[in-house]
Design a protein around this ligand. Structure first.
Ligand SMILES: [Zn+2]
Length: 274
């Protein structure tokens, strides 16, 4: 049985996909790597984000390439100005094209996007932060959530599930979830500010933080997000974890930590099949 995420090769572009999502036949989805684009260092090569200083024409060319792979056009993209917050937007056809051609037109102040509209290509962007894919196969609803340490501490994944319940009557126990490639506990050393935020927010903070010095600990954002999603009612049998560290695998992934902030972004892409 295929578990976790699998790397699929589409010629130049490669995608990490979740077999359980594919099995439903309801979605096209994937997490891009840094491979297969046209960008130059330090954005080599498939940077999909406008806000990181890359040439906008290069970003647009990369995005068009990904859209073609998904059988759609840039006009179908919906993206957000991610701020490490807890806001989740429910989007429909009126949002088509938001953030597709520039950062300015992306949905402001938003780290999660949910829709029940087929054909909208939800796109969120990453270099170490945790991408969470959500699919309610019964009501045909999808969600995409960007969770760095701040969003994780604020339970942004649970917020998206809650919004799907309230808006579309989704049953968390029947939703499928994928926690994608992102910085792992192997590489994510954090300081007192971050440690304090998790210690005050979660009874189980000792399960996700390991002291390395008197001031620093390693943080497991994968397990933290998993636990938050299970507390929100997700069935552990319906969760897939990539267990791929973006910082350990910089041949495949952009890593904010690994590049000291000067790098591109991968995309978590999901669309209900039109
Ligand atoms: Zn690592």
């Amino acid at each position: 049985m295929d578990r976790g995420f699998v790397l699929k090769d589409y010629g130049s572009i490669k995608l990490y996909e979740i077999p359980s999502f594919n099995k439903t036949g309801l979605v096209r989805h994937g997490f891009t790597t840094r491979i297969g684009g046209v960008g130059a260092k330090p954005y080599d090569t498939l940077n999909l984000a406008f806000h990181v200083g890359d040439n906008p024409e290069t970003v647009t060319a990369n995005r068009e390439k990904v859209c073609r792979l998904f059988g759609t056009r840039l006009e179908a993209v919906v993206s957000a100005q991610q701020v490490h917050g807890v806001n989740v937007a429910v989007v429909d056809d009126r949002h088509a094209g938001c953030g597709a051609f520039s950062e300015e037109t992306a949905i402001p102040d938003t780290d999660g996007i949910v829709t029940a509209r087929p054909g909208l290509l939800l796109a969120t962007f990453y270099a170490d932060c945790v991408p969470i894919f959500i699919l309610d196969p019964l009501n045909k609803v999808i969600g995409s959530v960007h969770a760095g340490w701040k969003g994780t501490a604020a339970r942004v994944g649970a917020r998206a599930i809650e919004i799907m319940e309230d808006t579309f009557n989704s049953d968390p126990g029947r939703c499928l979830v994928g926690i994608g490639p992102s910085i792992g506990p192997c590489c994510y050393e954090v300081d007192e500010q971050v440690i304090g935020a998790f210690r005050s927010e979660f009874d189980w903070w000792q399960e996700i933080l390991w002291p390395v010095t008197s001031e620093k600990s390693r943080l497991d954002l994968w397990k933290a997000n998993l636990k938050i999603l299970l507390e929100a009612g997700i069935d552990p049998d319906n969760v897939e974890l990539a267990h791929m560290c973006s910082c350990c695998n910089q041949n495949l992934f952009f890593s904010y930590r690994g590049s000291r902030g000067n790098t591109g972004r991968m995309g978590a892409i999901i669309m209900l099949a039109p």
